[in-house]
Design a protein around this ligand. Structure first.
Ligand code: PLP
Length: 439
């Protein structure tokens, strides 16, 4: 008899007892390939001895010291390492324990930045439909995941949502990528003008959309046009790379492929790789400078900010990623994974799209390809495929972000960066088996 209030209390999950490399073993003797790294978390796979060692050693040295009194060696070293991967204007780091906390932090930091600069009227946050930024109330408010918001709507602070950048579904037939990006940027600008150009605080977007839409990258030039609008109206650009950052898309930061630099950047899952709960916000100098020159302190904080053991784990994970050139490997193995998915599903009657960057790849399931039609959301096709995949030994990350009946179900793969060709072949094969059994 379990006492845990599970996600689905009526069907408690298997008990995971052991992890090694890309595999998780359950108490009932089954073995699963962790094809989605949980939720794009396990970038090094499970049981990496060097990360375990780093955690144990830090435990022996110092398990915890409150950041009201101390910083710690692993936190300082991790911050330097993250700064070395980032553009010179974005090298201040604020540590947290989860992606949602990181997002909440960016919204508050942006607000304080504006207030310190004498613009207390800046309060509006603009984000996008079909996005996910976390489950705490502030993060949920800016998120565009209709299903996750619905129950809590009365508790949510006001946020504004513009169209996502999702060319497959929303670019018009006669529109170029550039014209589509311009249309989206002008929708954003129009909203700023309606709200009052000096009242907008932030624009928040996932660089590559994960949970709600399934590895959706923007069209070329989109973020440059968004950046230009932000600059025109003094709006801070927050890029959420909780899921898509730290090498997942084939560059250290996903924004490197967009030709822009955000003012605030969130990163989380691949930072600690699942060895400890840790997230970070990278902060532009101008934001830190305004706060330091103003009141002198950021009005925020959590008990476990900069936790030494979490930082030690993340430092080990990031050091291994750098030493073993795993970002490059994410890019090259991502191409391999894409080729395997294309080979297996390119002609599949129920696969409408194969997309993603690096080892962040998804397939979109459709009821029919011609005409392009999603499954009825009530069928919960993605959830059925997830369950069936688990039966055949594959963990994959499902999503069904259907809004206005256009975009349907998808399944996301985000395996560890050090996965070998053979296991990727096995993962795609198992996914194929699961889809064939469901459809
Ligand atoms: N932002 C993005 C893009 C995410 O994908 C997630 C989680 O999936 C979050 C924020 C929230 O992170 P967490 O679940 O660690 O709070």
């Amino acid at each position: 008899m379990t006492h845990i209030f599970h996600r689905s209390p009526s069907s408690p999950p298997a008990i995971a007892v052991h992890g090694e490399g890309g595999f998780i073993h359950s108490a009932d003797g089954r073995q699963f390939f962790d094809g989605s790294g949980g939720a794009a978390v396990s970038c090094l796979g499970h049981g990496h001895p060097e990360v375990i060692d780093a955690v144990v050693q830090q435990m022996h040295k110092l398990e915890y010291a409150h950041t009201g009194f101390f910083s710690s060696e692993p936190a300082e070293k991790l911050a330097s390492l993250l700064a070395s991967h980032s553009p010179p204007t974005l090298n201040n780091v604020y540590f947290l324990s989860s992606g949602s906390e990181a997002i909440e932090t960016t919204l508050k930091m942006a607000r304080q930045y504006h207030v310190e600069r004498g613009e207390p009227q800046r309060r509006h946050n603009i984000a996008r439909k079909l996005s996910y930024h976390g489950n705490t109330l502030g993060a949920l408010a800016i998120g565009g995941h209709v299903g996750r918001r619905a129950l809590y709507q009365p508790l949510l602070v006001q946020a504004h949502h513009v169209s996502p950048c999702f060319a497959r579904h929303y670019r018009q037939a006669d529109e170029t990528d550039d014209a589509y990006a311009s249309r989206l940027a002008s929708e954003f600008e129009q909203l700023i003008l309606e709200l009052g150009p000096d009242t907008v605080s932030t624009f928040v977007a996932e660089t590559v959309v994960g949970a709600t839409a399934g590895a959706v990258a923007p069209v070329p030039g989109y973020f440059q046009k968004i950046r230009a609008v932000c600059d025109r109206y003094g709006v801070l650009l927050i890029m959420d790379e909780v899921m898509s950052g730290v090498g997942r898309t084939g560059t250290y930061h996903a924004f490197e492929q967009e030709g822009v630099v955000p003012d605030l950047l969130t990163m989380a899952k691949g930072l600690g790789g699942g060895y400890q709960p840790i997230a970070a916000v990278m902060v532009a100098d101008k934001v830190v400078d305004a706060i330091v020159a103003g009141s002198g302190a950021f009005q925020h904080g959590h008990t476990y900010v900069g936790h030494p053991v979490a930082c030690a784990a993340a430092l080990a994970v990031q050091t291994i990623i750098q030493r073993d050139q795993l970002v490059q490997r994410s890019a090259s193995m991502g191409q391999h994974l894409r080729a395997l998915l294309t080979q297996r599903f390119g002609d599949h009657a129920n696969v409408g799209d194969i997309r993603g960057r690096g080892l962040f790849q998804a397939i979109e399931l459709v009821a029919s390809r011609d005409p392009d039609r999603p499954f009825d959301p009530s069928l919960q096709i993605h959830a059925k495929i997830k369950r069936q995949a688990q039966q055949v030994g594959l963990l994959c990350y499902p999503g069904g972000g259907c809004i206005d009946g256009v975009h349907g179900d998808h399944v996301l793969l985000a395996p560890p960066y050090n996965s070998r060709e053979g296991v990727l072949e096995m993962a795609v094969d198992r996914l194929g088996q699961a889809i064939d059994l469901v459809l």
